[in-house]
Design a protein. Sequence first.
Length: 693
Amino acid sequence: MLDALAPTEKTPFANATVVRGACPHDCPDTCALVTTVRDGVAVKLQGNPDHSHTAGVLCTKVSRYIERNDHPERLTTPLRRTGPKGSGQFAPVSWDEALDAIAARLKLTKHSDTIVPYSYAGTMGLVQGESMDRRFFHKLGASLLDRTICSTAGGEALSFTLGGKVGMRVEFFAEAKLILIWGSNSIGSNLHFWRHAQAAKRNGARLVCIDPRKTETADKCDEHIALLPGTDAALALALMHELIVHDWLDHDYIARHTLGWEQLRERALQWPPSRAAAVCGVPEAQIVALAQAYGTTKPAAIRMNYGMQRVRGGGNAARAIACLPALTGAWRHRAGGVLLSATGFFPVDRAALQRPDLLAGRTPRTINMTNIGDALLDTANPINVLVVYNSNPVAIAPESGKVVAGFAREDLFTVVLEQFQTDTADYADYVLPATTQLEHWDIHTSYGHTDVLLNRPAVAPRGEARSNAWVFRELARRMGFTEPCFSDDDEALCRQAFAPDVIDFNELETQGFTSLKLPDAPFADGGFPTPSGRCEFFSERLVAMGQDGLPDHVPNYEPAGSSREFPLAMISPPARNFLNSSFVNVRSLRAIEVEPLLEIHADDAAARGIDDGAIVRVFNARGEYRCRAEVSRRARAGVVHGLGIWWRKLGMDGTNVNQLTSQRLTDIGRGPTFYDCLVQVERDDARVAATAS
């Protein structure tokens, strides 16, 4: 069968086949994969050297994917809960028994919008992530899920400014002479962009990292600007101030291709570098020098990532940064502009995949996934059935004390599609074993480059594991849904993701990827996908929503230094060898990370009597969390880093860093504010004593 799925090529392994695929994980790179299979077993996984963006290289995490696929703790049979919720006590059952019971419960649910799907980017695939599942829940009339947990603040900010998730093409960063890496630890979370940045540096480019944490990326850049969390918009406005007063502007580009220049000019002139320096906690001279470099270096490029938008003012910050290239005319160059996400370039036929017409005029309520803790505890508007797939909300959702309490409700019927017994799976009534990327069909876009990738199954599913799309097809059949779309198999769904004239599916089948046909410099002559066709400094659409039409600095809900009780700002970036909560259970990767850590500056540690390696209690009004402290040069004074996201049950006290984060939302996009969080830290002498005894 594998010979039919992919051409047999010469390999170092006798009687082996090579199958082309794509990395499914939440990363801008969307790498092309090559899996070598012998006797039905995956024996080697590597990046596809023929894919220019991947260049044969994989990150440390995905290079261990076979270890994850063949993990001894893979779920291989459906499970029914036999013990208390959260106990992890289950008994194997057949697929028929599990699906019949789930369908029966769905049929008994009187109000369909008390049924809630909860999913996100456990796979980024269009088929296993957002096709048959959407059809099923639309037909059912279930609540809609506002999938906000990662990127909506920045994404919607771009839509109000540039017209969508669009930007410069990543490969042309290699030709830039100045690169601002803003809110991104590219070495850990965008490895192939870093390859282009390094090429630029070898050709004389200057690299500047803007990030509260001195990341591995900051170590390799020419300069690090360690601003306080949530102050990015203030820095961007101060850069605008300097561009204006020194006339480092492209007046022709501004006049022809922007909207709202006079209003933005007035706003920016209120932000001299001295004011921004006080807000950002960085030297004024550093801001002045950065503005001069950005205003006088051509071409200049900005790589934003999503860390900087996980605060109250994250949307405004992304808007402010996205305005900068239009002021200097950086868009004229293919190596100039800004990139946060490229997904707006992909003409995915989501209506064909998801079939919103199956709602048949109904308008179910919408649940914001960031607020799942409060939603599960809301007795006035109850959730009675929860179906979780491609996510681990008990570990990854904010204010997890409330999330756990909600999942522990005995009256809540919970189904989890999973590859492993995660924190969330422990609370399920039924756990259904899911396939991995090596075992199913899928098709992928990217938010870091502009190629479409096809993923073919390389090996048979482990045990009785089944794809997400298969599960929802089977549930649809048991629910009596007779529409022909519920019979589409996974390969057919791959073919429906794009209109036939949009991509070359034959090329996808033969080489595993195909490139969108885009201009090198998409906005050299304007043509932004906004209503005006211009870069909109001022947004009438935001005004119509009751918001400020101009970008501004919106202070954090919990600004650094604003509380005597909780004086430290905490951000919670991912540990380098984990990806959200994925890979935490891969032993070789967990061995590198060892245990949950809190990075803390030497001055903050000394003031609290905390030695390097001490066990500490990190706490605020929402909860507490115990981990080991690392007195680290990566932390600036006043800011600590709770590296995540560990599974709760692998932590010291059955919690993780999200015990401390809040469910409050961003200014634009209704997104999470994970990095808008104040805490206190103290030595946990009681824990040390208990451990010693």
